[in-house]
Ligand binder design. Structure first.
Ligand code: BTN
Length: 219
C-alpha cells in the first residue's frame, strides 16, 4: 500500500498495524515532523524525502536495530547519488563530511514498527542544528527529482531488511564497519565517555570503557 499526501503532521501517523507490511507513507511537507528523543524534524515543503515504512519484524529481532538498517540503505543511496562516501553515525544519522543529511526513527507500536526516514535532498540552506546539517544539493549543487531517489532507497532498504530479518545485524556488519562515523573518536553518550571501537552485532555501541545500548552521541 502506498499513501502520499501533500501535507501532514508526520508520516509516522499515517500507518498502523492493520495495514500490510511494507506499506509506505510519504508527504511533501510535515507540520509536526518527529525526530528521535522527542525532537522535531523540520522541512521546507517539497525539498526532501519524508517517508515512513510499516514493518513487521519477527519477534527474535530487536526493532531498535532498524535505524541502523535504514541508515545503511540511506548511506548507499546517498553514495550512489554523490559518488562519494557517506558515514553512519550510530544509531540513526547519515553524514557526509561530518554534516547530517538524514535521520531515522523506529517507532514500536502494537507489535509493529513504523520506520521513518528523512533525507535532505534539495534544500539550498538548512536550519542551524547541534550537528551541522547538509542536503545533497548543498553538497554538490544539483537539484534532484525525489521519486527515483525514493524508489532506490526503498529497494535498498528492502534488500537490507531482508538480510537483517533472516540473519540479523551480524550479516550487515562489514557494511556498517566500513561507514562507521564514530570509530576511533572520543565520544560521550549520556554518562558514558570513551573511544568508540565499533558497533556490536546486537546494535550496541562499543566504547573502550564499556558498551552503550542507546542514546545521543556527542563528540
Ligand atoms: C532524527 O534524526 O532524529 C530522526 C528524524 C526522522 C525524520 C523522519 S521524516 C519522515 C518520518 N516522519 C517523521 O515525523 N519523522 C520521520
Amino acid at each position: 500500500m502506498r499513501i502520499h499526501v501533500p501535507e501532514c503532521e508526520s508520516t509516522q501517523t499515517l500507518l498502523d498495524a492493520s495495514m500490510p507490511e511494507w506499506s509506505v507513507a510519504t508527504t511533501d511537507h510535515q507540520t509536526d515532523g518527529r525526530g528521535r528523543l522527542g525532537r522535531r524534524w523540520v522541512d521546507a515543503p517539497g525539498t526532501s524525502l519524508l517517508v515512513s515504512v510499516l514493518l513487521k519484524p519477527p519477534v527474535e529481532r530487536n526493532p531498535a536495530e532498524l535505524t541502523l538498517v535504514a541508515g545503511l540503505a540511506v548511506a548507499e543511496t546517498v553514495e550512489r547519488e554523490l559518488g562519494r562516501e557517506a558515514q553512519i553515525k550510530w544509531p540513526n544519522d547519515v553524514l557526509v563530511d561530518g554534516a547530517k543529511v538524514s535521520g531515522g526513527l523506529a517507532d514500536l507500536r502494537d507489535g509493529v514498527v513504523v520506520l521513518g526516514i528523512g533525507l535532505n535532498v534539495n534544500q539550498s540552506e538548512l536550519p542551524e542544528t547541534r550537528l551541522p546539517a547538509a542536503s545533497l544539493r548543498t553538497i554538490d549543487g544539483r537539484v534532484r527529482k525525489l521519486e527515483p531517489l525514493l524508489e532506490h532507497l526503498l529497494t535498498t532498504l528492502r534488500a537490507h531488511y531482508g538480510t537483517w530479518r533472516e540473519h540479523g545485524l551480524a550479516a550487515l556488519h562489514g557494511e556498517f564497519a566500513a561507514r562507521d562515523a564514530l570509530r576511533g573518536r572520543r565520544v560521550a553518550v549520556g554518562d558514558a565517555t570513551g573511544i568508540a571501537l565499533g558497533i556490536r552485532d546486537d546494535g550496541r555501541l562499543i566504547l573502550d570503557s564499556g558498551v552503550v545500548e542507546s542514546g545521543e552521541v556527542t563528540f
